[in-house]
Design a protein around this ligand. Sequence first.
Ligand SMILES: *[C@@H]1O[C@H](CO)[C@@H](O)[C@H](O)[C@H]1NC(C)=O
Ligand SMILES: *[C@@H]1O[C@H](CO)[C@@H](O)[C@H](O)[C@H]1NC(C)=O
Ligand SMILES: *[C@@H]1O[C@H](CO)[C@@H](O)[C@H](O)[C@H]1NC(C)=O
Length: 862
Amino acid sequence: MASANPCYGLMKSWEVIMAKMRLLKWVLSVSVVFLFLIDGSSSSFTPPDDYSISCGASQNITFQSRSFVPDSQHSSLTLKTGNSLVASSKSGVPSPIYQSARIFTSKASYKFKIKQQGRHWVRLYFCPLPSSGHDLTSASLSVVADDFVLLNNFTFRKYSDAHMFKEYAINATSDTLTLTFIPSNGSEAFVNAIEVVSMPTYLFADQAFGLHPPSPVSGLSELAFETVYRLNIGGPLVTAQNDTLGRTWVNDLNYLHVNSSVLNVSVNPSSIKYPQAQGVTPETAPNWVYATADVMGDANVPNTNFNITWVFSVDPSFSYFVRVHFCDIMSKSLNSLVFNLYINSDLASGSVDLSTLTGNLNVPYYRDFVSGASADSNTLTVSVGPDNMADTRNATMNGLEIMKISNKLKSFDKNASVESLLPSSPSKIGKIGIIVGSVIGAVAALALLGLCYCCFVGRKAKPAQQGHSWLPLPLYGNSQTMTKVSTTSQKSGTASCISLASSNLGRFFSFQEILDATNKFDEKLLLGVGGFGRVYKGTLEDGTNVAVKRGNPRSEQGLAEFRTEIEMLSKLRHRHLVSLIGYCDERSEMILVYEYMANGPLRSHLYGTDLPPLSWKQRLEICIGAARGLHYLHTGAAQSIIHRDVKTTNILLDENFVAKVADFGLSKTGPALDQTHVSTAVKGSFGYLDPEYFRRQQLTDKSDVYSFGVVLMEVLCTRPALNPVLPREQVNIAEWAMTWQKKGMLDQIMDQNLVGKVNPASLKKFGETAEKCLAEHGVDRPSMGDVLWNLEYALQLQETSSALMEPEDNSTNHITGIQLTSLEPLDNSVSRIEGGISGKDDDIEDGATSTVFSQIVNPRGR
Ligand SMILES: *[C@@H]1O[C@H](CO)[C@@H](O)[C@H](O)[C@H]1NC(C)=O
Ligand SMILES: *[C@@H]1O[C@H](CO)[C@@H](O)[C@H](O)[C@H]1NC(C)=O
Ligand SMILES: *[C@@H]1O[C@H](CO)[C@@H](O)[C@H](O)[C@H]1NC(C)=O
């Protein structure tokens, strides 16, 4: 922010521009919503490329209400073959689509003209027609699509079924897509029908969440997928007629693990509400899929603790793309269903709360993962089970897709690559040359295109957000306008000034700088993994240590929270808040660069590590620091900010053990100033969650106060907020510590290291403060300012060992003279709360605190 001053004049005009942009943005978003309403209601997706080909047929064949055109009659299709024959048969054929075939005695290719590049369905139909005059059952064929091997030496002799249907999702990267059929030596190849059909670009994102290790997997769009399982869970077969993308969804019963006790539930498909703004559309999956589900059979019976598990046989040498579809059609009210999703034995998503994710019942939602087979087996399992913390012990799933991902050889066969099947193929080398050439040639153009894309296409892509959630940062709203301004300003040569100072997002880092700083995201530098992504230690060129937070792709906390965090943090400067240094949004990355906190999270100094125990004074100072940070968030900034995820891992310590509050990814501005943001659903961490917030969805700064009360107890007792292995009454620290506090015996459960070292009056004050924070109702909890005062008082008691005797010198670096003089009246005002005070008194008291606090907060805040 050093460059702020020379830009002052520019900032004024920037504000004018911003005001105009906001208006424009509003107009745009209104019209966009309008466009999509029309879009969504009148027509579904129309594929730009749409080939349905019946090979070797002499006339159109109708199959699943689609017309398959003979390959000889299709104009934008060429067939290159040395020698081909035609076969047809109407008897003994499972369905009309298989009644003709083209047979190749040597290598042959179909070339499809592609109007719009991107992922296409490639569907192949095979049936060894009995009366063809050839022994097609023992024919051995290989199939290649562009540079991917789809099938290698496949033969019906080893296949259990009389016909075969294969579906692939392949990225067409040029203006043709070539399917090559290769007979093995002396044998024949054949095919009965082919589909090559565009799919919506948002259907598959480039990234998904990988489970081994748990981290984002990117680059998926360069890989090919083969559909291996697609289930309509708890529902009937849905065929291509009922799916706008021509997919087939089968019932799940055959895959259910024997021990899974399930019930199927269903609703009228027309009651499924697609969320227009979130990229889940009827193309994601038809409403027939979301309208049925499996739920737990013996749900809500005490001691019933099981998962619903589906088991799939897979080839362990491949990775699989797993898409799980959910839609809460079972609940009667919001927020009653919270469950866990497992893939193999990995927790893929803990505490899935569909109400929170979708905002309503009957709203579809999905998540994508990449996983291998479960350890040492040929199976992949997907399970859902109840979450321990949920009121309702139940779980649900509506649909499941499992797709094999092409391997390093670009193949669906363990060993065969295109080079091995088509050794003379020059396409590969030629293509690489072209790619390299165009990459070098087009970098500048791409950069420009990227900007245009952000400004214009990004707008269009809005409904595709879920599929696209890894788009570069400047996608909507302010950052979009910022992009525009910085492009123009680059011409005038003041780019860095404007884009940094006025966008206020801190320093921009190039991806290369980030790579250098983190030694290419060296796992040895990993500091932690959170909901947002992974955090690495980095060192900038000038030697400054930083913490580099790299966002997960498609984590549900994705883009929106990245932006929230970047915007909030850049506005907030305070000694007790972790500062944002800069960010990187190059290459679709979402990277934040923070000041490095040498002593890490508070939690690691409390338990679970070998670090030396903190003294009582240190603990009090840390709690006071964190309370100051939170108090500043609640009252010091222009808008009241509720942190929403206060916990001991979000309180970080610098090299001098100064506490700073971190992670505003979940933050929201307070209700009074930003009405639209308040209706957001419950987020936060179990164990810290304000029970009132959870029940009533009402977000206030008192929710943070509750969580902070949990932190206080954790600091005193050095145990996790929730510890499920303990006896029931001890699991939740808030409940457990409160029972001891009410007896006045907190010393019985406090950290053994503190015994004999804590002044009893200080402990009493601390315990009372925590107790008030943990009050059941928000109105009964003190403000963060009161908490701060009480903690400072507790520190004073510890320091002086006798309260309010005489003004001590400020050996405690946070406390200055003014505070000591005002300490007694303020403390009394808190005691009045204990006697139960009216809302009126509350106001007076709040007013008193904030005046006093403005003196403390402002000199440090900016
Ligand atoms: C639903 O469950 C019943 C038995 O509870 C079963 O007979 C039926 O086949 C199931 N339907 C589907 C579509 O799975
Ligand atoms: C599918 O579509 C047909 C008609 O297009 C309809 O009769 C049928 O009920 C639909 N449902 C399912 C589950 O296939
Ligand atoms: C559900 O499955 C997961 C993964 O295998 C396992 O860790 C968990 O304990 C199971 N839960 C129950 C209740 O069986």
